[in-house]
Design a protein around this ligand. Sequence first.
Ligand code: SF4
Ligand code: SF4
Length: 358
Amino acid sequence: MEDKRSKDISHFTREFVEDLAREENLILLGAVDLNLDPFYYKKYLDWIKNGNQAGMSYMENYQQFRESPALLVEGAQSALIFAYNYFAGDKLIEVKKGPPRIAMYARLRDYHKYLRVKSENILKKLRIHSPEIRSRVFVDSGPFLEKALATKSQKGFIGKNSLFIHPELGSYFSMVEIFIDEKVVYDKKESVDPSTRSSLGGCGSCKRCQTHCPTGALSEDYVLDARKCISYWTIEHRGPVPKEFWPHFKQYVFGCDICQLACPYNRGASLTEKTYAQLGAHINLFEVATMDQDFYEKTFGGTPLTRAKKEGLQRNALIALFVTKDPRLEEAVSFLEKSTHLASDNLRETIRELTTTL
Ligand code: SF4
Ligand code: SF4
């Protein structure tokens, strides 16, 4: 039966959505259609073909959605894209000195749940005007090219650090998308060419993220090589970390913000809402290296650090104890060797590497 509701008429204005976003402490980045520029899909295919995804094989899945995000949701026509600021006030000069930190986004309460609730609140209010709207919320959960889709807003661009950058807001934000089966008034502005610098943004000749990246993970313009990225090794990788990356655990024990801290577009960033912070910048490395399941759940449950799992956090903490020459390393290693139930096979491999180095 034909759906009587016209899918081509927007039941709410852009300003209305902007106001709803503001009420939830979000920023409306864009209202876009779902026809992705083929340039970005081709770039993604090249990225995969060249092995830049490292061990993140899930990045190779669902290529049809990465090419055509509209296929993800039946009848989807548009995406409302929102940003949530996570800037916690870190400074590049301090970060480079150490001690090891956790990346800023990860100090926040589980943003997946938090941002989903905010998105549902927005949807409830949209339904007052459009009761039959069909929708789906994505918070880091959809296999589509989120940053490429955001460029359709023509409010920003993907920089040489491979992040979506808004010329006024910078890049310290998580993104949330609501796919809906209605057309809305789409953003139409001059598009941003990242290779030139204009009032709308673009990297131009800047290379600050590339020169500050400690591992050369950004040596090719606009390409992130996860095989060299500290965020990959400390968050996504399971098993021992190659020794060549250990020295960088002096700065970060989970994630890495250096290529954002170096970016001039982030100079004017404002702090995130204080109530949202859960963890500080630093963790007690000895406690984390030797933690049991109960400590892990109480300290890290509901935070993005669970992505690395307990053994990943223990591994990172042990390496950080080693590279910072912390006198508690030997005690931590000896404790774990005795308490075999606290160390998995992967962790034992790191312990073996450490004991041969000590
Ligand atoms: S997150 Fe860190 S290691 Fe990864 S590309 Fe950025 S600066 Fe380099
Ligand atoms: S640091 Fe410079 S080159 Fe890197 S993303 Fe920012 S503007 Fe672009």
